[in-house]
Design a protein around this ligand. Structure first.
Ligand SMILES: [Zn+2]
Ligand SMILES: [Zn+2]
Length: 97
């Protein structure tokens, strides 16, 4: 993460001292930031998925979709896929692993 702590907050505080016009500008900027934050949260939700076994949030590229479950994502690396298969699909586990 950024080495400086909350540089924008500090900047905003300094600018509050200037004028009402500046204050309005800051308020607008903050609204834009809020909109962006809400938007990016959706993007993150779209890109990330939780592993059905360990519950870890990962990018979808690092997850494998179960062949037998609808909308079930499991870690590509590690033992999650094996564990999921052994627990939920013991009948097919022997020929896939
Ligand atoms: Zn996992
Ligand atoms: Zn499954």
């Amino acid at each position: 993460m950024a080495p400086r702590l909350h540089p924008s907050n500090q900047e905003a505080r300094e600018r509050v001292m200037l004028s009402h016009e500046e204050l309005e500008k800051i308020r607008e900027e903050r609204e834009v930031m809020d909109t962006w934050r809400t938007y990016s949260r959706h993007v993150v939700a779209y890109l990330l998925e939780a592993c059905a076994v360990c519950g870890m949030l990962r990018e979808k590229v690092h997850l494998a979709r179960c062949r037998w479950c609808e909308d079930t994502y499991i870690c590509k690396e590690g033992v999650c896929a094996q564990q999921h298969q052994a627990e939920l699909h013991p009948a097919v586990a022997f020929w896939t692993w």
